[in-house]
Design a protein around this ligand. Structure first.
Ligand SMILES: [Zn+2]
Length: 452
């Protein structure tokens, strides 16, 4: 007997969309088809889409340490409500930053039992922790994150030669290295010039972070990856010309994967100039024609994952009282990725449901080698989202479960959103109500990644 059967829903996977039943047993998907047989519980999913749970491989949950911005209680509630069942949490805006094994162990302890959804950790690669790459890999990080752009004082940027040394080490371990690509020298130079000239408009901010800075940085990373054979991941690609370089490098055999975020696909630099703080992120938003072109790189598979880069802040850190340079750079989006991509991708641009399923989790699980996630297939974890394609929504502060319910996405309207979310076969969210926390740490055990 199955534990659960979800009947009559329209199952969506990266490969097909079909009206089928999904059976769950012991937290795993046991069967998909026209199913006979009994279950402890039956759910009628008539009129609903049945998606694999989302895998967001770029989110900043900020705990431990920066919990005035976000924490696991709120952040993972938001994830569950938005159909995300696995997050890969970033190592910065943590105290301590996750750049050594002590910090890893501490974070494991602090977060025990606090998450609604499953989670894995990014470790950090900074300017002076090359000796921690192997220990962190053995401890269980999914990947290492590095800034070759300006970063924050407690999370120093990685100089190019250190990134190169790191790639050589990571290649031997087959460990994924992720990079924030904006050229350090260029951005520092132009920002300093603007500040000295007291050019403090949002236009000045945008001008200090031009596309060439992202292109130059990504090309350096691609060239080094080509030589070292390292597996690399380019974070938050903001511009089609950057995507084009990634595409070419992949054709030449570079082991590169890449992601982008909903904000780069629907907002433009006009939004930054008009609305300021809430739209500040880096790389910054780009011109309308570039935003339009970025969609092509989803279709052709260059940009494989949609991630939130959920990077929350307290309201005062986004306030107009701060200069454009002091304002916190980051956009909160962990809860809203699926509904936005359904509205702007599927409904408005005719994106296929199969591509949406790939973008929201299947490829991320594959690229980050998270086993049993991102697909609806027998043997996979029963991470399931029941999605109501007819439900109308407006994103408002009231609708957001973040600790700080502010976001550039507030005010958007659309149709289609998650109605219920299951983690390993257990209901964690349904129609505005949350159930027991189910989140477990996913870690590398020295040979393969497993849930604890
Ligand atoms: Zn980020």
């Amino acid at each position: 007997m199955y534990d659960l059967i979800i009947r009559n829903g329209t199952v969506v996977t990266g490969e097909y969309t079909a009206k089928l039943d999904v059976a769950v047993k012991d937290g795993k998907i046991a069967a998909i088809g026209r199913l006979e047989g009994e279950a402890g519980e039956e759910v009628n999913a008539e009129k609903l889409l049945v998606f694999p749970g989302g895998v967001d491989c770029h989110a900043h949950l900020n705990e431990p340490g920066y919990t005035w911005r976000e924490d696991y209680e709120h952040g993972t509630k938001a994830a569950a409500a938005g159909g995300v069942t696995t997050i890969v949490d970033m190592p910065l805006q943590n105290t301590p930053s996750l750049v050594d094994t002590d910090a890893f162990d501490n974070k494991v302890r602090v977060l025990e039992g606090k998450s609604y959804v499953d989670y894995a950790f990014w470790g950090g690669l900074i300017d002076h922790n090359l000796d921690q790459i192997e220990p962190l890999a053995r401890r269980g990080v999914a990947a290492l994150k590095s800034f070759i752009s300006p970063s924050s004082p407690d999370y120093p940027s990685t100089p190019i030669p250190v990134a190169y040394e790191a790639m050589k080490k990571a290649a031997r371990l087959d460990l994924l290295l992720g990079f924030h690509c904006e050229d350090y020298a260029m951005i520092s130079y132009w920002e300093k010039q603007a500040r000295e000239a007291e050019k403090n408009s949002w236009r000045s901010y945008l001008d200090a972070r031009p596309v060439i800075a992202e292109e130059l940085a990504v090309q350096n990373i691609l060239d080094m990856a080509k030589e070292t054979g390292a597996r690399i991941h380019i974070c938050h690609v903001s511009h089609p010309s950057v995507a084009e370089r990634i595409k070419k490098a992949r054709q030449e055999g570079v082991r590169v994967t890449a992601e982008t975020c909903p904000h780069y696909l629907i907002f433009t630099e006009e939004d930054v100039e008009k609305n300021g703080g809430l739209f500040k992120c880096s790389p910054p938003l780009r011109k309308k024609e570039d935003m339009e072109k970025l969609w092509d790189y989803l279709k052709d598979g260059t940009l494989e994952s949609i991630v939130s880069d959920h990077s929350p802040a307290a309201p005062y850190e986004k306030s107009d009282n701060l200069t454009v340079w002091e304002t916190w750079g980051g956009i909160s989006g962990l809860q809203t990725g699926l509904q936005i991509m359904y509205e702007y991708g599927v409904r408005r641009r005719g994106m296929s449901l199969e591509l949406l399923a790939k973008l929201m989790g299947e490829k991320a699980a594959e690229n980050f080698q998270i086993p049993c996630k991102g697909k609806l297939e027998p043997g996979y974890d029963a991470d399931i989202v029941l999605f109501d394609p007819n439900k109308e929504w407006e994103i408002t502060p009231d609708s957001l479960y973040y600790l700080n319910p502010i976001s550039a996405f507030c005010g958007l309207k659309g149709t289609g959103m998650a109605a219920a979310t299951y983690v390993r076969g257990k209901l964690v969210y349904k129609d505005g109500v949350f159930y027991e926390k189910q989140g477990k740490l996913i870690r590398y055990d020295g040979q393969h990644r497993v849930a604890d």
